[in-house]
Design a protein around this ligand. Structure first.
Ligand SMILES: Nc1ncnc2c1ncn2[C@@H]1O[C@H](COP(=O)(O)OP(=O)(O)OP(=O)(O)O)[C@@H](O)[C@H]1O
Ligand SMILES: [Mg+2]
Length: 369
C-alpha cells in the first residue's frame, strides 16, 4: 500500500478488481490449514470458502468459526411493526409546498459546504468515537446515523464498529439480521498481510453500503477490553477512510481509551438538565487530556422523548461554553420505534442534524492532529 493520499486509490482499486462481497450477513470462514497433531475442531456448518490470506495466522492454532446468531429473535422480529415516518404526513406535505415557494439558493450553498466537509480526503483512516455519560441516551442511534451518513457521502470504505460489550443495539440499528465475527475474533485474526477483501469477509455488509463490526454476538459477558479495542482499531484504520466507533458509556475503560485515541469525538447528551450537566463534566475531563481533545469534540444534544421541556438554546449554549460544537438531534418517531434505521423514514430535521453532526465530526477528525 502506498503512502499518503494514494492509499485510498489502492483500496478502491482492490475493491474494483474483486467481485463484490456476497450480500450475506454471514461471511464465510477462511479455511485454516489443519495441523494433524492438534485435536480436530468441532464440525462446521457447510459454507463456501475463500482463500486463506497468506501469512495471516499461526496455522497450529485451531480457528473455529463462530456460529451466525440472529440480532433479533425471529419470534420478535415479526412483531416489530411497520416503520413509522419521523415526520407526520402534514409535515411532509407542508415541506413540499414550501420548497415550491421559497428560494433554494442559501440551502444549496449550505448543502455544498456540508458535502465538502463530509467528503474531505484523508491520508490515513480517521476514527470518530461516540460515547455519553450514561447508558440509553442514544449512542448507538447516533453512531448508526453517522455511519450511514458517511457512507452516503463518501466513495471510500466506511466502517461502523461496536465497542460496547453490554448487549449493544448497533447491529440492529444498522439493519444486520445476524452477526458472526466480533471484535475479539478479529483481534486474533487481523494481520498486516491481509487485503481489504480478506477483511470484509469477516464484516457485516450494511444494506445501504459500508461495513459493520459488532462487539459480540449479543450475549451477556461478551469479551471487549482495551487491548482488543486497540488491536482492532489500529489494524482496521488501514482499510477504512472513516471508522465510527459506538463506545460503551463513560467512564468505562474502553470508552476512555477510545475518547483518548480517536481523531474526533462525539459525546451524546440527553436533552435533560441532568444530562447536559453531566455532559459538561465530561467536557471538562476532555479539556484535561493532552492533545486538544476538546477542539476535536462535537456534542449531539439528543431528544429521545417528545416531552422534553429543557430550553434547547440554553442547553446548547451551556455546552458550547466548554469550547465544543453542538448539534441538536430532534425527537424522531422513527428513531423512537427502535429496530433498524431506514434513512428514508427519518424526519427531515433528523436527516439534516445527522449530516451536520457528521460534517462537524469529520472537520475535526481531519483538522486536528
Ligand atoms: N433522536 C431520537 N428520537 C427518538 N428516540 C430516540 C432518539 N435517539 C434515541 N432514541 C431512543 O432511545 C433508545 C436508546 O437509544 P440507543 O440504543 O441509541 O442508546 P445507547 O446510548 O446506545 O444505549 P446503551 O447505553 O444501552 O448502549 C432508542 O431505542 C430509541 O428508542
Ligand atoms: Mg448502545
Amino acid at each position: 500500500m502506498t503512502e499518503g493520499g494514494d492509499w485510498q486509490r489502492d483500496v478502491l482499486r482492490e475493491l474494483a478488481d474483486t467481485p463484490a462481497a456476497p450480500a450475506s450477513t454471514s461471511p464465510p470462514m477462511p479455511p485454516a490449514p489443519v495441523d494433524p497433531r492438534l485435536p480436530s475442531p468441532p464440525p462446521q456448518p457447510a459454507s463456501p470458502t475463500r482463500p486463506v490470506p497468506r501469512g495471516t495466522r499461526d496455522p497450529r492454532l485451531p480457528l473455529t468459526t463462530p456460529e451466525s446468531v440472529p440480532t433479533v429473535d425471529p419470534r420478535l422480529a415479526h412483531a416489530l411493526g411497520r416503520p413509522q415516518h419521523g415526520d407526520s404526513l402534514t409535515q411532509r406535505t407542508g415541506r413540499s409546498l414550501r420548497r415550491l415557494t421559497t428560494s433554494a439558493g442559501q440551502d444549496v450553498a449550505e448543502q455544498t459546504h456540508l458535502a465538502t466537509e463530509l467528503q474531505r480526503p484523508v491520508t490515513t483512516g480517521r476514527i470518530i468515537a461516540v460515547t455519553s455519560i450514561r447508558g440509553g441516551v442514544g449512542k448507538s442511534t447516533v453512531s448508526a446515523l453517522l455511519g450511514r451518513t458517511f457512507n452516503h457521502y463518501r466513495h471510500d470504505p466506511v466502517l461502523t464498529l461496536e465497542a460496547d460489550a453490554a448487549l449493544g443495539t448497533l447491529p440492529v440499528r444498522m439493519g444486520a439480521e445476524s452477526v458472526r465475527w466480533s471484535c475479539a475474533d478479529l483481534a486474533q485474526i487481523l494481520t498486516p498481510a491481509m487485503q481489504l477483501t480478506d477483511v470484509t469477509g469477516y464484516l457485516v455488509p450494511v444494506a445501504d453500503g459500508g461495513w459493520l463490526l459488532p462487539a459480540g454476538q449479543g450475549r451477556v459477558g461478551a469479551p471487549m477490553d482495551v487491548r482488543t479495542y486497540r488491536t482492532v482499531t489500529l489494524a482496521l484504520r488501514r482499510y477504512f477512510a472513516v471508522t465510527v466507533v459506538d463506545c460503551e458509556s463513560l467512564p468505562g475503560d474502553v470508552a476512555r481509551t477510545a475518547m483518548d485515541t480517536a481523531h474526533a469525538r462525539v459525546v451524546v447528551a440527553p436533552m435533560t438538565a441532568e444530562g447536559v450537566n453531566g455532559t459538561r463534566q465530561v467536557l471538562n475531563w476532555l479539556a484535561q487530556l493532552p492533545h486538544a481533545a476538546l477542539a476535536s469534540t462535537a456534542v449531539a444534544l439528543s431528544a429521545s422523548s417528545p416531552d422534553t421541556t429543557l430550553d434547547e438554546k440554553t442547553a446548547a449554549a451551556h455546552l458550547r461554553e466548554a469550547g465544543v460544537a453542538v448539534v441538536s438531534l430532534p425527537y424522531d418517531r422513527h428513531l423512537a420505534q427502535g429496530g433498524p434505521i431506514h434513512t428514508v423514514m427519518l424526519g427531515q430535521a433528523t436527516r439534516d442534524a445527522a449530516v451536520r453532526l457528521a460534517a462537524e465530526a469529520m472537520h475535526r477528525a481531519v483538522r486536528v492532529r
